[in-house]
Design a protein around this ligand. Structure first.
Ligand SMILES: [Zn+2]
Length: 971
């Protein structure tokens, strides 16, 4: 076999369904495998992944994932990763730890940038510095308080995982997987259990790197329109310095249970009212992930059982009234053995076994009586549509393919097995057509007759939060007491050295060695998205001529300005109600089935933004719909039905949706606390922020809780509100259609769209006035968590600041150079953001999974000083400009482009203004940082503070600020 740059090619295959040529190589000297996908996608992707099965729950793979990005042989700066974040035009730059693998992917549209990123990543994974200090910073270390009386644990992963373990949804997922795999690596937590993290030693950490971060244990991936030969020669330049080893990273199979198991665990609940609510899942071990046909079939079965609001298992669970929303993540096909997990949350724990029986009974009924053929058709169409569309949202398509390849490749299977989907898909469709009871047979075999299953009950407990805190304090006390005075002194000295090291800036020449683009590598002009503005009567049509592989993307919007403000909180539910309540002719089961059978999906979406040159903000409800062009008639007919014939009077169904929405909001509080805080901050300044918070923030949660009661006590009033909302909103004079499709398709579709818009009722529209309601300017929102989300917001336009494109460079620099160091590296938080809305002039700071409160607020307040006193070298400034241009040029798939162009239109921004902004970014100088700092300092004292976090910390803090801070209990 011919050798190419140290590799031999074992396979080559064209994959027409993704217009790609795939080549599989093996590195001759080390045995490293490389999958090279070549096509015309300019959003190029590289990734290197290692099999890293953990042997305990100390979070070793996760801490190592963080640490290798903190300096390496060629790039010894403190954090080359952050330098890349500052200066690259990357479209993806991150690293991820999974239960059995660690992945280091990067993506860029610029070839030079891509190879810069690859070089830093290759050096990082094979030659990291990983000193004891880095281990302590990213993993854990002890820190004495100022008086030296008490010790605490600090560390980035430690804080991150405390956040994870504060979320009952994360806990049930974690415990469910462990319950199915008690005997192999999947019974452990690769992310790290905060109680276990402090038992990890530096020696174990180093050894793990030596053992697993080796070419012989690596799977390397390339994707895109770059030169496939260069990929090989570049990778070989790293690999050829290694000798082959036998990596002992095989994942053993979990032996099968001979009888089911039942497990009970506790989580920290906040108060008595929420204290009633538990979660339960039923979990089954299924077949091997590498069995392609079974893998695809089980994905379809999952969709049949749970994928639609009217899916039989979902419906039985929700109709039972035992709980508020589903628990469990459905099918997991990302690890060596697939498993299936489903259940309910918001339950009375007493009902756990009854819920288990209900699941079994429902599955038994389906196996016996058969599955509705229309449900099967819906599942097959939806899975097939998703495979063909390959819409990975804001992630690069190549990254999605890399992760899909790894689900088989990691276990010595064929990496293309699921990427080349046409053949297995046809095979499965053939089997479905031939075998009359195919899915019923799967239910029988994998679920009903399968003794390898576990029922996991997660019970709320009011004492757990306190017990966990006390246990940690007792552990730390014991540690402290076991120490001699000199050992204790050493802990203090060590923490001081760590702090000193973190604060010492990297020498300029060290930073300069990290490869970066030049300004001249960048395009001077924004890429404009094509748009035509059309009309049909009073309806507005925006059309974008873009290639979409034969898919119609239609965003159908209704202007919310016609609603009185008391109806605004209903809007998210109303959007769902249109699609999930049924019509005069179809109940919701048949309607949602039809959506899945005939389209690629329809989902509600809310848009709100300040609008340039207008006294009112823009606020819209959209139905975002997609289908193949040949399904578009069906798509429009469904939309016509839901808009003209929706039935809103099904109280039981509406109650289910309200409870689901409430449970989902409550679940979001912990993982998305930074967004909740950001929204709450912005709601205090301008109308668009206030509208968003009414519909998506804490106010929405309060509204949902109240509404759940009103459905019982005053349903006629609720129904009247919904009907009023419908008659005000759904008018042909109040509508906008945003279509993304190529020209040939548009010629076919345009008359249909015009007819469709013309058929909507032409009821008159009147624009309403809204008046903002403000909450306390200093507010603490408490949840039973061990971490905080700390936010501060200021109004810069209110202080006379006029927008300038340099604000993009400045705020980005603040995030990456100031907040990263102070709040994350030194403060031990998982992250911190600084966001400036150029339309409203509101600047917000928010920290993420933060152990601190006051200290973080101080950092936010000192940002102005940081900027005003900043000295910045030319190269640093250039890097900051490049990074900001990278943000502007983010890669988007065609549906996202069409939506973005529409958003510009609704907020009144022109291409010309955006080009001016780009030029201002290029022209940013040191003076712009200082000017920004000056306005920030003026605005600082009029700023407002919102904190979401542990009640203990917030109550303590509030007691030091008597009378100033309003504390609100959320959970
Ligand atoms: Zn992490």
């Amino acid at each position: 076999m011919a050798e190419v740059h140290g590799f031999e090619r074992s396979r080559v295959q064209d994959i027409p369904e993704i217009k790609t040529r795939a080549e599989l190589y093996r590195h001759i000297k080390t045995g490293a495998e490389l999958l090279s996908l070549t096509n015309d996608d300019e959003n190029k992707v590289f990734g290197i992944s290692f099999r890293t099965p953990p042997s305990d729950s100390t979070g070793l793979p996760h801490i190592l994932e963080h640490s290798v990005l903190c300096g390496s042989r060629k790039y010894p700066a403190k954090e080359p990763f952050v330098e890349l974040l500052k200066s690259s035009v990357q479209t993806f730059l991150n690293a991820m730890t999974y239960p059995d693998k660690t992945c280091y992917p990067v993506a860029s549209q610029n070839i030079q940038d891509l190879y810069n990123l690859i070089d830093v990543y290759m050096d990082a994974v094979f030659y990291p510095r990983i000193t004891p200090f880095i281990f302590q910073q990213e993993g854990w270390h002890l820190e004495p308080d100022d008086a030296g009386n008490r010790l605490t644990y600090k560390g980035v992963v430690f804080s991150e995982m405390k956040g994870v373990y504060s979320s009952p949804d994360s806990l049930i997922a974690e415990y469910s997987r462990r319950a199915v795999f008690p005997a192999n690596t999947y019974g452990l937590d690769a992310g790290g259990d905060p109680r276990q993290i402090p038992t990890l030693t530096y020696e174990q950490f180093r050894e793990f790197h030596r053992k697993y971060y080796h070419p012989s244990n690596a799977r390397i991936f390339f994707y895109g329109d770059d030169d496939p030969q260069r990929r090989l020669s570049f990778v070989d330049s790293y690999l050829r310095d290694f000798e082959r080893i036998e990596p002992e990273s095989n994942i053993t199979l979990q032996p099968l249970f001979d009888k089911p198991v039942r497990l009970v665990r506790k989580f920290a609940a906040g108060d008595e009212r929420q204290g009633q609510k538990g979660m339960v899942t039923l979990n089954w071990l299924l077949g091997d992930t590498t069995d392609t046909q079974m893998n695809l079939s089980l994905h379809m079965l999952e969709y049949i059982l749970l994928g639609m609001p009217g899916s039989p298992l979902r419906k039985a669970l929700i109709d039972s009234k035992y709980g508020e929303d589903l628990a469990g993540q459905g099918l997991d096909a990302e690890i060596r053995q697939m498993y299936f997990s489903t259940g309910l949350k918001g339950i009375d724990p007493e009902n756990a076994d009854r819920i288990g029986e209900l699941i079994f009974g429902t599955l038994g009924g389906l196996a016996k009586d058969g599955i509705d053929p229309l449900t099967i058709e819906a599942a097959v169409n939806s899975i097939e549509f998703a495979l063909r569309e390959n819409n990975t949202g804001s992630y690069p398509r190549g990254l999605g393919l890399m992760l899909r390849a790894l689900t088989t490749w990691l276990y010595e299977g064929d990496p293309l097995a699921l990427i080349a989907f046409e053949e297995p898909l046809e095979r499965v469709k053939g089997v479905i057509a031939r075998e009359k009871r195919f899915f019923e047979g799967l239910i029988e075999r994998f679920l009903l007759q399968n003794p390898h299953r576990a029922l996991v009950l997660l019970k709320p407990d009011l004492e757990t939060a306190k017990e966990e805190e006390e246990a940690e304090r007792a552990r730390l006390k014991a540690v402290r007491e076991s120490m001699t005075p000199s050992q204790l002194e050493e802990v203090g000295a060590n923490a001081a050295r760590l702090k000193e090291m973190q604060e010492r800036p990297d020498p300029p020449e060290m930073l300069a060695s990290i490869p970066s683009l030049k300004i001249t590598d960048l395009d001077r002009y924004n890429k404009c998205i094509p748009v035509s503005f059309l009309r049909e009567g009073e309806a507005e049509i925006l059309y974008h001529d873009l290639f979409t592989s034969g898919i119609v993307y239609l965003d159908l919007g209704f202007n919310l300005r016609v609603l009185p403000q008391e109806l605004l909180p209903y809007v998210p539910l109303f959007g769902r109600a249109l699609l999930e309540m049924g019509t005069e002719e179809e109940d919701y089961v048949a309607l949602t089935q039809r959506i899945s059978r005939k389209t690629g999906g329809i989902s509600p979406n809310i848009f709100s933004s300040a609008a340039k040159g207008a006294d009112k903000s823009a606020a819209w409800l959209f139905l975002r719909a997609k289908s193949m062009l040949n399904q578009s008639e069906e798509l429009l007919s469904i939309l016509r039905d839901v808009l003209l014939k929706v039935r809103l009077d099904n109280r039981e169904r509406f109650r289910q949706m309200v409870l689901e929405a409430k449970a989902r909001m409550e679940q979001k509080l912990i993982p998305s606390g930074h967004q909740i805080v950001n929204m709450r901050l912005r709601s205090q300044f301008d109308e668009s922020g206030w509208v968003a918070e009414q519909m998506k923030g804490v106010s929405q949660l309060f509204f949902l809780r109240d509404l759940a009661g009103r459905i019982d006590s005053g349903w006629p009033g609720v129904l009247a509100d919904l009907e009023r909302l419908r008659s005000l909103l759904l008018s042909g004079r109040n509508v906008l259609a945003n279509v993304t499709l190529d020209e040939e398709g548009w010629r076919i579709l345009e008359p249909d769209i015009r007819r469709f818009l013309g058929d909507l009722p032409a009821s008159p529209v009147i624009v309403e006035q809204w008046s903002l309601e403000r909450d306390a300017p200093f507010e603490g929102l408490t949840i039973p968590a061990h971490v905080n989300y700390v936010g501060k917001g200021v109004d810069l336009y209110g202080r006379g600041y006029r927008y300038h494109g340099s604000a993009r460079v400045v705020t980005r620099y603040v995030r990456n150079a100031w907040l990263w160091d102070r709040v994350r590296v030194q403060g031990g938080a998982y992250g911190a953001f600084c966001m400036f809305d150029r339309l409203s002039g509101i600047l917000t700071f928010v920290s993420y999974r933060d152990p601190n409160l006051e200290r973080t607020l101080e950092v936010f307040d000192r940002t102005a000083d940081f900027l005003e006193n900043l000295e910045i070298r030319e190269e640093e400034l250039t890097k900051a400009v490049i990074g900001a241009i990278g943000d502007i040029d983010q890669y988007q798939l065609p549906d996202a482009k069409g939506y973005t162009s529409m958003a510009y239109h609704l907020s009144g921004e022109t291409d010309q203004e955006r080009q001016v902004m780009r030029e201002q970014v290029f022209g940013t100088g040191l003076e712009d940082f200082r000017t920004f700092g000056r306005y920030l300092r003026q605005a600082r004292d009029g700023g407002i503070v919102k904190i979401l976090g542990s009640s203990k910390g917030i109550d303590e803090y509030a007691s030091t600020r008597t009378g100033e801070m309003q504390v609100v209990k959320l959970l």
